[in-house]
Ligand binder design. Structure first.
Ligand SMILES: *[C@@H]1O[C@H](CO)[C@@H](O)[C@H](O)[C@H]1NC(C)=O
Ligand SMILES: *[C@@H]1O[C@H](CO)[C@@H](O)[C@H](O)[C@H]1NC(C)=O
Ligand SMILES: [Fe+2]
Length: 425
């Protein structure tokens, strides 16, 4: 099924007729499926789920170890430098089995879930499937960007297979469990109090960027499974992890309808808009999804990609211009080689350019782009870089400053030479 932001409905094909017609309460049906309202975020964002037992049947939640997951933005000193991380390490060398939840590491963030305003950027590295356990986030929505290894995500709404170069969004409150098939790594953008939506297209009009039809939602899937040893429900609540036991699988939704669902998107479907005459266009033309703030023009977070495309602009320095700006920019690389940094920025790694911190193409890219003959050429072939851009000023965690940080990053600009010539016109 496909669509975005609209009403969907689905029933497990093994249960034809599970989805009631024309009404939402179906308690009078002999099979006694119970309707549970997930969440009423705003007027038209809700889903009804018809399930075997409601989610409320569980033992009390208890705090559990949360590893490197945090929203304590005061644990490390502020760090205004340009930062680059080598590929975040996958726990293959450790003896510990790490799954999606225990493999979540918070890199940076701002704001907080109590007042429902802010975001966090996490990295996940894992090699083990979640077993008889699921996760849900009371704090916000997860936009998940797998970089290595596919994720088979079972949700209350059905299953999503999400491969590198696809993304998925699992919204506040939705329960999900992640299976992996080996060493797995990716990035998570979490936003508190807002949801992702398509950017306003303005003069672009009806077609372009991410098209609504390419967002896929799952087909209902349920299991009626008792779990002798107990099924663990993990909850992130006000930044802390809690766990509760219950006797059955939470994936017992036989049918559902509504417009509040998880969804996935294949980044290859992005219709790229670019400069076809001169000058470098602002990267906002590459926005896939935005989580708007209440201030016009500045988002809580934008998810932006730099896909393969043609470079055709003439009489122009084609790579990104040097800049300092009022946003914080975290970049990651899913595959390939990012055109403005051909060395040092590797798949599975990242960079952070904070508010008003200068950045731009490295010296090698500058020389190459300043002297090469401007012909139409393919840019970013075989590459997918992305940016989480935010109007918040991001605080780093202790983990971010300890893990794979590349201390030599600043050197990529050191050999930039002046080409100034007072007589040049
Ligand atoms: C994950 O790593 C642990 C520790 O090396 C190992 O015991 C386990 O078999 C690995 N799991 C997978 C799915 O590769
Ligand atoms: C994403 O789309 C591309 C282009 O259509 C296709 O080649 C690729 O197989 C798709 N990926 C998935 C996981 O479906
Ligand atoms: Fe930038």
């Amino acid at each position: 099924m496909s669509g975005f932001g609209n009403e969907h409905s689905s029933e497990d094909p093994r249960c034809p007729g599970a989805l009631p017609e024309g009404q939402v309460f179906v308690l009078q049906l002999p099979e006694i499926l119970t309707a549970v309202l997930v969440s009423l975020i705003h007027l038209f964002s809700l889903s009804w789920m018809y399930r075997i037992l409601p989610s409320v049947c569980h033992k009390p939640f208890q705090p559990v170890d949360q590893g490197y997951l945090t929203h304590n933005w005061d644990e490390a000193e502020p760090e205004p430098n340009q930062l680059r991380w080598k590929p975040f390490e996958i726990p293959i060398t450790t003896q510990r089995k790490v799954d999606f939840v225990t493999g979540l590491h918070t890199l940076c963030g701002a704001g907080e879930p109590r007042s429902r305003n802010g975001l966090a950027i996490h990295v996940f590295t894992c090699n083990t499937s979640m077993s008889n356990s699921c996760f849900y986030n009371s704090d916000g929505d997860f936009l998940i960007v797998p970089q290595q290894g596919e994720l088979l995500i079972t949700t209350e709404f059905g299953k999503l297979l999400v491969e590198p170069n696809e993304i998925c969004v699992i919204q506040q409150g939705m329960r999900f469990s992640v299976e992996v098939s080996g060493e797995t790594r990716g990035y998570v953008l979490e936003v508190y109090g807002v949801h992702f939506e398509l950017p306003d297209l303005g003069p672009i009009g009806a077609n372009g960027l991410a098209n609504p039809r390419d967002f896929l939602v799952p087909v209902a899937w349920y299991e009626d499974r008792q779990v002798a040893g107990g099924y663990t429900i993990i909850n992130k609540y006000l930044g802390k992890l809690f766990a509760a036991q219950q006797n059955c699988s939470p994936f017992n939704v036989v049918a559902w309808h509504g417009n509040y669902t998880p969804y996935k998107y294949n980044l290859s479907n992005f219709m790229v808009i670019n400069s076809v005459a001169f000058d470098h266009a602002d990267p906002s033309i590459f926005t896939v999804l935005t989580a708007k703030s209440t201030r016009p023009g500045v988002a809580v977070a934008d998810f932006v990609i730099f896909p393969p495309r043609w470079g055709v602009a003439t009489n122009t320095f084609r790579p990104p211009y040097y800049h300092r700006n009022c946003m914080s920019e975290f970049m990651g690389l899913i595959k390939g080689t990012y055109e403005a940094k051909e060395q040092g920025f590797l798949p599975g790694g990242g960079t952070l350019h904070s508010m008003m911190t200068p950045h731009g193409p490295d010296a090698v890219c500058f020389e190459k782009a300043s002297t090469s003959k401007l012909q139409p050429e393919r840019v970013a072939e075989g590459t997918m870089a992305f940016m989480f851009e935010t109007s918040f000023n991001l605080a780093l965690t202790n983990w971010a400053l300890k893990t794979s940080l590349d201390k030599s990053y600043y050197k990529c600009w050191e050999s930039l030479k002046s080409h100034f010539n007072a007589k040049h016109k």
